[in-house]
Design a protein around this ligand. Structure first.
Ligand SMILES: Nc1ncnc2c1ncn2[C@@H]1O[C@H](COP(=O)(O)OP(=O)(O)O)[C@@H](O)[C@H]1O
Ligand SMILES: [Mg+2]
Length: 235
């Protein structure tokens, strides 16, 4: 599936094609039973609910209300016309990485209809060993990808308002990429892109001032657990 590409931009087209393929074939699966690696389920049938989510502007009044849908985190709200730096916090195992995979997967199958971004870049920060920019190519594109990194980065920079970055695991990031992360979060690069960053609670306090929205995933409710068990074990 390739997204509509009105500009006819060949670089965009190749990037979209490759990213969609990666998000569907590699990240399009979840393992609902952690100890059973042979059992995978598609994100299509995947039950996702935030627990209680807190949205707000760090340092100011926090509004505590559950989100009906994750799409709302991209919407304007009083005091923030366009959220661009979104911190998603949650304890280990609560589903932060799965949540970012779900967003990337939804984007890849929706032909540009679900999310207002032409490119979605999901980076696992734990795996970034050198520069953040190199990691984009290494994690998301095939080794024989036809577009060189400089061209790819220049496309992202030029069309930055259409780019969504999903950065997973700030608390697990290597020292080597912290400088790049601070540049991105602080808006020195990709200022007009939207960035969703996940972290365990309390591990991102020093960068909270750079974020305009903070969400907390508190995990499944009893009702969520009940329906997930029915869904998984009734096969
Ligand atoms: N929405 C969900 N539906 C079903 N299983 C989920 C969901 N979210 C997480 N899981 C399960 O929990 C495990 C841990 O989730 P993960 O996203 O790795 O957590 P975190 O990144 O917060 O540590 C996943 O491997 C998966 O088995
Ligand atoms: Mg994780």
């Amino acid at each position: 599936m390739i997204m509509q590409n009105r500009s006819g931009d060949a670089v965009l087209h190749l990037m979209q094609e490759s990213l969609c393929d990666h998000y569907q074939s590699v990240l399009g699966w979840i393992q609902p039973i952690m100890w059973n690696e042979s059992f995978h389920d598609s994100h299509r049938t995947y039950l996702y609910k935030f627990g209680n989510c807190i949205t707000g502007v760090p340092g100011y009044e926090m509004h505590s209300k559950p989100l009906d849908s994750y799409h709302n985190m991209f919407s304007s709200r009083p005091g923030c016309a366009k959220p661009r730096r979104i911190l998603v916090e949650g304890e280990a195992g609560v589903g932060k990485s799965t949540f970012l995979c779900k967003i990337a997967y939804d984007w890849s199958i929706s032909n540009g209809k679900l999310l207002p971004y032409t490119i979605v870049i999901l980076v696992e920060l734990k795996q970034v060993k050198g520069s953040f920019q190199d990691a984009i190519l290494q994690q998301l594109f095939p080794t024989d990808f036809r577009i060189p990194l400089t061209k790819l980065l220049s496309h992202l920079a030029t069309h930055q308002e259409n780019v969504l970055f999903l950065l997973d695991g700030f608390d697990e990031a290597n020292f080597s990429c912290l400088k790049h992360l601070q540049d991105i979060l602080g808006g020195r690069i990709f200022r007009n892109s939207c960035v969703v960053l996940t972290s365990r609670p309390g591990k991102a306090t020093h960068i909270q001032r750079m974020m305009d929205t903070r969400l907390v995933i508190t995990g499944f409710t009893t009702e969520n657990i009940r329906s997930l068990c029915v869904q998984v074990f009734s096969r």
